[in-house]
Design a protein around this ligand. Sequence first.
Ligand code: S3P
Length: 173
Amino acid sequence: MKLNGHIFLIGFMGCGKSTNAAKLAEKTGARQMEMDEEIVKDQHMAVSKIFEVYGEPCFRDLETKLLKKLQDEPPMVVSCGGGLVLREENVRLMKKMGTIVLLTASPQTIYERVKNSTKRPILNGNMNLAYITELMEKRRSYYEQAADTVISTDDKTAEAICGEILEKGIWKQ
Ligand code: S3P
């Protein structure tokens, strides 16, 4: 399958962006990019360290800078950081470059998936269901407004989720 634009997987932390990006890349033959990983590689610093030393706005600037670079790249499957959609400019850039797929999951599912990780500065010190539920609610409209299509991931395998994404027929072949 030949994509003529990037596929952006967006959604809250733990919604399955990385896992499904890998599966989609496998299915489409496109390259996969993990935005967080790319930033870590470029900065030689963990995401939580960037937050700690330079602050969240600096991390958000790095996200926008990386997104702009994708304008010159061949189509790929991009696993976005959970906060990428908080900047309108980022959403505008993504819309220009391809299709935005929102992955969703219930707060309980998200909590189960992220609870043992310390890699997410936004959740460090707030690793509980109430906080996650509240933050998901605060961000909901950002995700929904950015999305071209929405896929629920609760109790589904990556194979099923990616099958659903591809069935949507939103890919320009
Ligand atoms: C963030 C999500 C993280 C990472 C950073 C901030 C957020 O990515 O970009 O910790 O604000 O939601 P994942 O969604 O891949 O965990």
